[in-house]
Design a protein around this ligand. Structure first.
Ligand code: ADP
Ligand code: MG
Length: 290
């Protein structure tokens, strides 16, 4: 395990994180993400809200990066900027070789957004559509004809263990199963990047463990670039290649911790003393209890 200690402001400005190598042993299919000097200040009635201070971050193709930080530190803001849903106040964002936001841009460059999957904390399924039809949603109007859409949705449903529920409605599924459907929907169009905002935050601990195993497997099988937001320290250590620890608002990168337990990681990795040490250190840095 290696950890970068907190850099000084000048170091941070002068030496943005070098692009880490792609994780060994897997063929990445995702693209790199480059964030340079990205900050966000919201204009609110009561005055400006500084959500994120200028931040640099490089995510390698196929890397699994977890953004970890206390509530309100700008995690969702950062993720929404990567999805083109929020415009940075300063800085630039690149997806692979395409520029999503140039410095000073007023809107995202839509063609850089072609290939993205987003999973929110709530499954956000359409209640009037069956699970299969929910999963195939990103393919609609994109080229694949109806039959191909059905086939691809069925294949994704199988990968998340929902093959027997294609004809069910969301209300007939548990919260964990609905979130599986949301993950299948986010991956059905084979995106380069998967963005996840506290996707398992609403689930009970046991279901969450199962979802972490499933997500690790999907990621290993597909080689996607994943950026996942959580405020669960143990979830971060279990899933991440790299944890980016953010300070309380306005968010800034406080530490970057590489996690190199071999994959696939079993749930029992949390009993490893080294796992416990990393959790304890992160907890101390966050100054909170999980
Ligand atoms: P996190 O996801 O880490 O909990 P957010 O990115 O949601 O944090 O929010 C960071 C800060 O920005 C918070 O103080 C929040 O209240 C503020 N914020 C988020 N969205 C808006 C908005 N649309 N307008 C004004 N302030 C906002
Ligand atoms: Mg959030």
């Amino acid at each position: 395990m290696s950890s970068r200690t907190e850099p000084t402001a000048t170091e941070e400005a002068a030496a943005p994180e070098a692009a880490p190598p792609a994780p060994a042993g897997r063929t990445p299919s995702g693209c790199a993400i480059t964030i340079e000097g990205v900050s966000k200040t919201y204009a609110a009635d009561a005055g400006p809200v500084h959500a994120l201070t200028p931040t640099d971050l490089e995510v390698a193709p196929g890397e699994f990066v977890v953004l970890l930080g206390p509530s309100g530190c700008g995690k969702t803001t950062l993720l929404r900027m990567l999805a083109g849903l929020e415009v940075p106040t300063e800085g630039s964002v690149r997806m692979g070789d395409r520029t999503l936001f140039a410095p000073g841009a007023l809107a995202p460059q839509r063609d850089a957004l072609g290939s993205l999957g987003f999973v929110f904390q709530a499954p956000t399924l359409m209640p009037w559509r069956r699970i299969g039809r929910n999963i195939e949603l990103p393919l609609e109007g994109k080229g694949p004809r109806r039959r191909e859409r059905r086939e691809r949705a069925a294949l994704m449903a199988e990968k998340v263990g929902l093959e027997d529920f294609l004809r069910h409605y969301p209300r007939q599924l548990s919260g964990g199963m609905q979130q599986r459907a949301a993950i299948a929907r986010a991956l059905v169009h084979d995106p380069d990047v998967l963005l996840m905002d506290e996707p398992f935050g609403a689930l009970d601990a046991m279901t969450r463990d199962q979802m972490n195993i499933l997500l690790q497997q999907l990621w290993m099988d597909t080689g996607k670039t994943v950026v996942l937001v959580t405020h669960s320290i143990s979830e971060a250590v279990f899933l991440a290649d790299r944890i980016v620890l953010l300070s309380p608002r306005p968010g800034r990168v406080k530490d970057v911790v590489e996690i190199d337990f071999p994959r696939p990681r079993p749930l029992s990795v949390s009993a490893d003393p080294e796992f416990g040490e990393i959790v304890a250190r992160l907890r101390a840095q966050l100054g909170e209890h999980e």
